[in-house]
Design a protein around this ligand. Structure first.
Ligand code: ACO
Length: 331
């Protein structure tokens, strides 16, 4: 069974209520119908009723049985606005401004998740990553015990000799532009957890990546990755984790054996932690485009699951991301 089929099977076993704020977007509307038909989740579409109906008609999609909410006229809008005001008044958010924000489907959807009226949220077919991340970070916040929110990109490669039967977990390719050593350590541990819980990788082996392997180069950027490795070791002593490693030393057994002798991770890594967002974002796109990997991202560390799509996403990508979000909501 492919990785994504596995995720879908888990999602179906305990369907969760997932809100889609871009309810008048054609791919989202089509995805909602597939999600309903396959029983992957209980989708909720947000938007103006006539706009959603018109997209359904133009795409030939039957939306019967799917809940649709217009945030501007919803009976819950007042309560959500009051709750949002309470949450953000110390940051200067007025009652009026909270009411206006809640009329925006993105904020309404995030408030549904916050208030327990939905188990998770998927958006990003239209909105930018920042548009979705900012309200999620401000309102949903980090889960207890988590230092920060980050992301894992789940890369399914055609070459099954790589990583965990072809599956590689890349982090952080979405959220943190310039993580400190301590933040990198937390990203490493959170990504190992995603590998275990969402990807079913029983033994995550985490490589903290650099342009140096075990002191082969001297630079303050290398020192940061080495420090991150030490912090991660002290926080999660039982986790198979090593750094600093170059990508080839992390993934190719022969290179790992020659450059990092005795490492439990080198040459066998399945979780790859990039030193910053530029490296991570470029790295996942190279793997996707040149390496022909299929991929999608999940956020980790949020108190409740919210996930971002690429604006170039397909209907299938939305379905897969909703299934992954539902699985995150189960745990
Ligand atoms: N974890 C937890 N909370 C965070 C994090 C984090 N990593 N980053 C910011 N926050 C919180 C802040 O503490 C703040 O909370 P508060 O308002 O309650 O005090 C809130 O989020 C807003 O933080 P700001 O720093 O004011 O927000 P900023 O405008 O910097 O936006 C964002 C944060 C959106 C995450 C920003 O760092 C960003 O744009 N990251 C890159 C996103 C991106 O473009 N990714 C690449 C493309 S994605 C792709 O290719 C798939």
């Amino acid at each position: 069974m492919s990785f994504i089929d596995n995720v879908k099977a888990k999602a179906k076993a305990n369907p969760k209520r997932i809100v889609l704020p871009e309810g008048d977007e054609p791919r989202t509307v089509q995805a909602a119908a597939i999600i309903r038909d396959e029983g992957l989740a209980i989708p909720v579409l947000l938007g103006k009723a006539d706009a959603m109906a018109s997209v359904a008609a133009s795409t030939g999609t039957d939306l019967s049985g799917i809940e649709m909410i217009d945030p501007a006229t919803s009976e819950k809008a007042k309560a959500y606005a009051a709750a949002l005001h309470e949450l953000r008044k110390a940051k200067g958010l007025t009652e009026d401004a909270a009411a206006k924000l809640v009329a925006d489907p993105m904020y309404y959807g995030i408030m549904m998740v916050k208030m327990g009226d939905a188990d998770g949220l998927v958006s990003g077919a239209v909105h930018s990553t920042g548009d979705m991340l900012r309200p999620a970070l401000q309102i949903i916040k980090t889960a207890p015990g988590m230092k920060l929110v980050s992301s894992s990109f789940l890369m399914e490669c055609p070459d099954h000799s790589l990583g965990a039967d072809g599956l590689l977990v890349y982090a952080d390719c979405v959220v943190n532009p310039c993580p400190t050593a301590e933040e990198l350590a937390h990203i490493a541990i959170a990504s190992a957890n995603t590998a275990r819980t969402l990807c079913g990788i029983a033994e995550p082996r985490v490589a903290l990546l650099s342009f140096s392997t075990k002191g082969s180069a001297k630079h303050e950027l290398v020192d940061k990755v080495r420090e991150a490795t030490e912090i991660a070791h002290s926080l999660a002593p039982d986790l198979a984790l090593d750094g600093e490693l170059q990508f080839d030393a992390a993934i190719v057994p022969e290179v790992g054996a020659s450059k990092a002798k005795g490492s439990a991770v080198a040459g066998r890594a399945n979780v790859f932690v990039f030193p910053d967002l530029q490296a991570g974002n470029i790295g996942y796109k190279i793997t996707q485009r040149v390496g022909k990997a299929s991929c999608f991202a999940v956020l980790q560390g949020l108190a409740k699951p919210c996930n971002d799509l690429s604006r170039g996403c397909s209907v299938d990508d939305i379905v897969s991301t909703v299934a992954a979000t539902a699985v995150q909501a189960q745990s």
